[in-house]
Design a protein around this ligand. Sequence first.
Ligand code: AZC
Length: 795
Amino acid sequence: MDNFATDIKKYLEKIFGNTIDEASERQIYQALMVITRDRLAEKRFESNKKLKESQQKRVYYMSMEFLVGKTLRNNLYNLGYEDEIKHFLAKHGFSLERIYNIEPDPGLGNGGLGRLASCYMDALTSNDYPIMGFSILYEFGIFKQVISDGWQQEYPDNWLDLGRYGLLYRNDEEIEVKFYGNTKEEWSSEGLHIRYEDYTAIKAEPYDLFISGYDSDTVNVLRLWKSKATGGFNMKLFEKGEYSKSLESEAIAESISKLLYPADDNDNGKALRIKQQYFFTSASLQQIVKNHYDTYMTLDNFAEKVVIHINDTHPSMCIPELMRILMDEYEYSWDKAWSITTKTFAYTNHTIMAEALEKWSVDLFQPILPRIYTIIREINNRFCKWCNDIGAAGELDEMSIIHNNVIRMANLCIVSSYSVNGVSMLHTEILKKDTFKSFNRIYPGKFINVTNGIAHRRWLGQANPELTRYLNKLLGVDFIKDLSSIDKLLEYQDDKAVLEDLENIKNIKKLQLAEYIKSSTAIKVDTNSIFDVQIKRLHEYKRQLLNALHIIYLYRMIKFNGLKPYPRTFIFSAKASSGYVMAKNIIKLICSISEIIEADPIVREYIKVVFLEDYRVSLAEKIIPAANVSEQISQAGKEASGTGNMKLMLNGAVTLGTMDGANVEIHNAVGQDNIFIFGLSSEEVEELFKNDYRAIDYYNNNQDIKETIDFMRTLDNGHTNFNYIADYLVSTDPYMCLADFESYKNTQKIVEDTYQDKGKWNKMSLVNIAKSGIFSADRATKEYVEKIWKIEKIK
Ligand code: AZC
């Protein structure tokens, strides 16, 4: 640590010509980022040496998204330097907290899938497993959301400006990726050769982000590829007068790593998205194969030493790319290449929402990736033939990879991977029984479940130091190392003093959040009120609208029917995909309700609505520790798992939810008495759907619904009215908010009543914390290690 302080001083002198006492916060930030990165690079060198020597099997985790969150606090925390640096800086008049705030959130992801990838990198590293992540170095991450007059506006997120100090550019490992052009088959005495001509080559430049582990010697790497033109324009084409084509490489290169697609549910057949996916999977695969070959001088043992994990279908082009490399570059036969490929890949499915299951039209795909297309076609031909042979031809409508001139990427993944997993028990059951039922029949045992988990070191250790310190002292076990030991807390479930302490800590976190709310929205919230939190992407299926509808119901009852509920603060935070009109309208509705209530002196005594803009990892870290109620109210069967539900539970919030995703397992863990469950089950939803759900009947037959919707139509702040949303609720809403409204409303009343029994509530909260052990990413990744990857810790 002495060295660390010396290094900071040296860096400031060398780079800025400053002593520490003359330095600015910005300069200190840069020094800390660079020195931490270099420390990790040194540690990485050591752990990588061991890894090379042991020649053990490794996992490569492919994901279009890694929602890393701020890195500096995490790294200093993991390296165990945090307290000393805090002290050192304080001596010179600097606050480490303020320095942390300078770092932008690397927003290289949209939501759950991206954050899960990062939680897993953290957990695997802390547990000394050899994993390397691959993704894209997006110049612009997920947009910055600004709420203006209640509407979401998107601004570019130029995170590299300050975020680049954590990255290490590896100019020795650049790779070329090829697009467009034609392939020619050439037969010689040695067999078939594929010649690829007239292609456009793009350079992939690697930037490494080091991933530190808690109390561990291991440092893993997340490699992010940046696209670059391969050096100016094509002189030959230029001479031929094909000017625009001569600049093609530059134009494509410019765009590929420019920005993260802000839609997490569909790609609408965008050519750029195909290019992004192939760009990063091809660069990564070429790198992996080369490293392997350099080590073993053969690829015959590839599948024994390498697992490639495909995080949803976005990286699925890894599969034909490996086939291409094996056949076209290393002269493997189809059968040998296929045998290696099908032992190498494992695939996680994160959603059953039809619009999110990726499909590419052949007409769009083939010209961009001609060779990859022929490989996919051949995989499909052989698969279809095999289905014929085993008597499954009747199910090819569901299973063929190419269908009606469309490539179905999930089908490619299932056919080519040795393992397919869902992310919660319910989700995996739905995959097996419904979404992919024919596949499950022909590939018995291929589908398995690994329920998601979260990095508790970030979501409790760092986000809630007050609770962590308290539990450390109380329990005397190292639950940061091993979260399962937190169940010792159960021994105190009837201990009044402990329950009160926990309540006090919750109040401290509520106070901190209230200050943040005040500074960012000017709304003053009552910290004695129930903090009721719904934070996640804005999607119809997640049903922020059901929550909003219930608030409108309360508003009306308070204003006109003399209802005096226990005070509650409804806190929302959510980004909507920029092209998702309904989602943006729902944000507007929530913001309008917030405004209307603020303007009403009677109603605002009881309820408040806060919409916090720009939801991101660092904001979640502020909200989650302060929550009393965790709203997980998706339509049953639609949320694959959820992970926010786990983070909230870990911090003592009590779940109000449907029997959906991992809520089912939270319910199993805490028991009926420590969770609020409402609404239709996934089977009931299916039934109702089949029997023609008629929203209007709920409107006609339920007085509260009718009055609430009618009242909603009268809400009008300025130029916006909400008839459009009211119409949707009573007609086409496929997520059936009205079918669950009565049950939701009644359960909300139970929540309110229970909260007033402080002893009872505090005990529920305690049980939630105590039972959160199984939702640690340590447990989840251990299951991946044992059930799927079969790898060992770095020796
Ligand atoms: C999400 C799921 O919606 C969420 O339920 C799950 O917890 C999370 O993945 C992690 O598994 N999915 C996505 O973010 N995106 C896609 C394309 O599925």
